[in-house]
Design a protein around this ligand. Structure first.
Ligand code: COA
Ligand code: MG
Length: 301
């Protein structure tokens, strides 16, 4: 799978034309244009038209564009899938995935709709059953026909369905997050943390970003533009991490180390697994820098 930064992933209601326009200039790595929970039933067809026109407009630069459809078993699901496939987003996010069959069915619909190869599937992990089946859901990625590349935690739905309580340390939620990270890593997927509802509380939000990063999340889903910059900062490799990764890569490239499995760098044991991690860190840092440059260039033109 190609490595690309997915630090900040902003949801916006598909019925909110103003938000769709504003998103063209927001520094989020990815945008989830929502047709599902953030759109009232009466507004669904209009939202579908807005979102598909926005994606087809190609006005979002390097931002990854994701359409969240309604579940296939709802009255809007099939029409959403066909319209989304025709708009050629980078991915379609399937809500309330509970079983591997939910991904397999979605992939079949995309195939029937003639979706472009580039359009991948992302899966919401937001039901108790999705947690229990996280491994099997992630395992559908073994078959490339299924297009699965990313798991997205839906913590609001998980709290509702489980009747657990949200606390500052996310005591009840941590096992679900950790299990989702393991399921994703077992099958080479990315995984994104759930949203932080109290969008005026920047200190609390930063703390939750750090918490997600510690758990292994690749990034966080967001609800408000003010959350993008702190999120990008926390999920970017730090200058120290990039510098240390550079030292590991350089050390293994020395002629005397090229065949060694373990070496010492600045007094610390470094194994080849650290080299893999170092290369990933540098690739992400370079991609982040590249995005910064292309945004700056777009701003100048
Ligand atoms: N995406 C893009 N732009 C957004 C945005 C979003 N998610 N949320 C707010 N904005 C824009 C507003 O349009 C406004 O732009 P303007 O000042 O240029 O007109 C600006 O940011 C400030 O918005 P603000 O007044 O602070 O927020 P609000 O009261 O209008 O909206 C929410 C608050 C929570 C309703 C809104 O942020 C939202 O809809 N978030 C996404 C919800 C969602 O998609 N949920 C589903 C998944 S959990
Ligand atoms: Mg949900």
């Amino acid at each position: 799978m190609t490595i690309r930064p997915r630090r900040s992933v902003l949801y916006m209601p598909g019925a909110n034309q103003r938000a769709l326009e504003k998103a063209r200039t927001l520094p989020a790595d990815a945008l989830i244009l929502d047709l599902e929970d953030a759109v009232a039933p009466d507004a669904k067809p209009q939202a579908r038209d807005n979102v598909c026109a926005a994606v087809a407009s190609q006005a979002y630069g390097s931002r990854e564009l994701v359409i969240r459809v309604n579940a296939l078993e709802t009255p809007w699901g099939a029409a959403d899938m066909f319209a989304a496939a025709a708009a050629e987003p980078d991915a379609i996010l399937i809500p309330k995935v509970s079983r591997p069959g939910d991904i397999i069915s979605a992939a079949k619909v995309l195939k029937a709709a003639g979706a472009a190869d580039k359009t991948r599937l992302w899966a919401m992990v937001e039901t108790p059953m999705s947690i229990l089946n996280a491994r099997e859901i992630a395992a559908t990625a073994v078959d490339p026909e299924n297009r699965l590349t990313c798991l997205v935690l839906g913590t609001n739905d998980l709290l509702k369905e489980s009747r657990a309580r949200m606390t500052g340390d996310r005591f009840a939620v941590v096992p679900w997050l950790a299990l989702s990270v393991l399921a994703a890593r077992s099958y080479g997927l990315d995984v994104l943390d759930g949203v932080y509802n109290d969008f005026k509380d920047e200190a609390g939000f930063r703390e939750e970003c750090e918490h997600g990063r510690t758990l292994g999340m690749d990034g966080k889903t967001l609800i408000h533009p003010s959350q993008i910059e702190p999120c990008n900062e926390i999920f970017s490799p730090t200058a120290e991490e990039v510098a240390w990764s550079g030292k590991i890569i350089a050390a293994f490239a020395e002629p005397e180390n090229q065949k060694k499995g373990v070496i010492t760098v600045e007094g610390r044991m470094v194994e080849r697994l650290h080299l893999v991690m170092a290369k990933r860190t540098v690739t992400i840092a370079e991609a982040v820098a590249e995005m910064g440059l292309s945004e700056a260039a777009a701003g100048r033109s």
